[in-house]
Design a protein around this ligand. Structure first.
Ligand code: GLC
Ligand code: CA
Length: 540
């Protein structure tokens, strides 16, 4: 059976930074609409839009105060409907972000819950003080205790992330009903699916369990045993409305792939964290072996219809992939950007391209903490200062890892605000806008953008890249990622040098008799792979 989302290529839009249509410095719905043609040209089949709902923006929209209202920063419900219609006309599907682990503390459910309104009192996770203190010492993902005291209710409430993001109580049937109602409401707005935020956190351990394993610091509220009961219930709603689902599932390992994304799994796909979790900074030594192992583990776990992968290298929470895994100097930016593109776009699964990835956007430099927006980064900065770092050292450290790197405005051209807006945007524009932008990339036949276009067309024209078998090939060169895709009609080999050093290895010699279909170097060398060289061979 053919399934649209297996054959599709997705594109993630972070609306605040995509395109500002009314020049107030904030990207918006009409900006997305303006650029649908661009996405069509690239070959995109669906877009995932991160939250555009009413929110006080403590965590840029991941703190929702009204699920069924559009934030005025982004536009109106009418404009959203126009976007849906226009996207339909262009055959681009729309996936919305579903944030149901928590709401904003300004959601009226929370207000009612803290007032102990009988209809809402158990909507959140409340606990009376224990010996005048927090019920336990668990630490939240954004730093500090998971518990915050509420003076009105005179109890603590639980939050996986910031204190402005209280967790919903998934043991409350009334709460669940409200969420189901909301999901159904959105399903009726003509959307095609959901990316489900932070979903592996909705179940918590008993409060008296210790949570001090430094390797898994959030273990007590991440993929906790029994979570499947909640997820199975949710799945029936998604199925009923024929919605495509991709869950954000930190803490889920490849061993659990079938349970999460198999035939009777909770979701169609998940974003796993194993490969991206390995590389946090641009300065780390590159763990090639573990990186390949993580990717291969997931490929094999989902083989033979045991599941389906969501392929990604970037999102709005991670620094830019070229800066982390590749090389963002002017010498290798284009080459390493293409190498990463080939390594991940031809794996089995549905690719999700994050805005700007297709033009090789890179990390930026933050010159002052005032230029940083992400609350978790600001928290980290102050921690570093407390631990004795100088301001310069702390800035350097956070510049390399902050998710704001992914959130700088999309670079459409080389003008002052990169064609994103005519006013100063909410977050600084990357200083390299003059050399890295859509306009230049479209004009240059050898650009990263045109390379992505070719890879997308390969997926569309050759079913082997969608449903063909994935086969990992061992090489003695650790930084080389070598794999094959095979079906009865066609066989291909992909070899990518993930490093800046030249690599020569035995299986390369065997490959060079085959037809070279695509590569990121303009000339050919039989004997070795040059820095970040990537080749696609059709096997004969
Ligand atoms: C997810 C989102 C991230 C957000 C967090 C809390 O991880 O991707 O941006 O901060 O959930 O909602
Ligand atoms: Ca705007």
């Amino acid at each position: 059976m053919r399934t649209w989302w297996k054959e599709a290529v997705g594109y993630q839009i972070y609306p605040r930074s995509f395109k500002d249509s009314n020049n107030d410095g904030i990207g918006d719905i009409n900006g997305i609409r303006e650029k649908l043609g661009y996405l069509k040209e690239l070959g995109i089949d669906f877009i995932w839009i991160t939250p555009i709902y009413a929110s006080p923006n403590f965590d840029n929209g991941y703190d929702i105060s009204d699920y069924c209202a559009i934030s005025s920063d982004f536009g109106t419900m009418e404009e959203f409907k126009e976007l849906v219609n226009e996207a339909k006309r262009l055959e681009i599907k729309i996936i919305m972000d579903l944030v149901i682990n928590h709401t904003s503390n300004q959601h009226n459910w929370f207000e009612k819950s803290r007032q102990k309104d009988p209809n809402y009192r158990d909507f959140y996770i409340w606990h009376e003080p224990v010996n005048g203190k927090e019920p336990n010492d668990w630490q939240s993902i954004f730093g500090g205790s998971v518990w915050t005291y509420d003076k009105v209710r005179e109890e603590y409430y639980f939050h996986t992330f910031a204190k402005e993001q209280p967790d919903l109580n998934w043991d409350s049937p009334a709460m669940k009903n409200k969420i189901v109602e909301m999901i159904e409401w959105w399903a009726n707005q003509g959307i095609d699916g959901f990316r489900i935020d932070a979903i592996s956190h909705i179940k918590k351990e008993k409060w008296d369990q210790p949570n001090n394993d430094p390797k898994r610091p959030f273990k007590a509220f991440q993929n906790v045993e029994g979570i499947g009961e909640y997820l199975t219930e949710l799945n029936t709603i998604f199925k009923k409305h024929n919605l495509m689902t991709v869950g954000e599932a930190s803490g889920v390992t490849a061993e659990e792939a079938e349970v999460w994304v198999g035939k009777d799994g909770y979701f169609n796909m998940i974003f796993e964290f194993e490969h991206t979790g390995l590389w946090r900074t641009a300065n780390d030594e590159q763990p090639f072996k573990q990186f390949k192992e993580a990717l291969v583990r997931w490929q094999e776990a989902c083989a033979n219809d045991k599941g389906w992968n969501a392929l990604y290298m970037e999102n709005h929470d991670l620094p830019r992939s070229i800066s982390v895994y590749g090389d963002d100097s002017s010498v290798y930016r284009t080459i390493s950007g293409k190498a990463l593109a080939m390594a991940f776009m031809l794996l089995q699964g549905t690719p999700f391209i994050y805005q700007g990835q297709e033009i090789g956007m890179t990390n930026t430099t933050f010159d002052s903490i005032d230029e940083v927006n992400a609350t978790d980064t600001i928290y980290m900065y102050h921690q570093l200062i407390t631990n004795g770092y100088s301001e310069t050292q702390a800035l350097e450290q956070i510049s390399a890892v902050t998710r704001d790197n992914a959130r700088t405005p999309m670079q459409w051209d080389g003008s002052e605000f990169a064609g994103f807006s005519e006013t100063k945007p909410w977050l600084k524009v990357n200083q390299n806008k003059g050399s890295v932008n859509v306009k230049l990339e479209q004009e240059d036949a050898n650009s990263i953008f045109n390379f992505y276009k070719q890879l997308i067309q390969l997926r569309k024209n050759h079913p082997v890249f969608v449903s063909g078998e994935f086969r990992y090939v061992e090489t003695e060169a650790e930084p080389v990622f070598h794999y094959e895709r095979r079906n009865e009609q066609e066989q291909y080999a992909i070899v990518v040098n993930l490093s800046k050093e030249e690599q020569a290895f035995v299986s390369l010699d065997e490959l060079t008799d085959n037809k070279l279909v695509l590569s990121n170097y303009l000339d050919y060398d039989f004997s070795k792979l040059r820095p970040f060289e990537a080749r696609l061979y059709k096997l004969s």
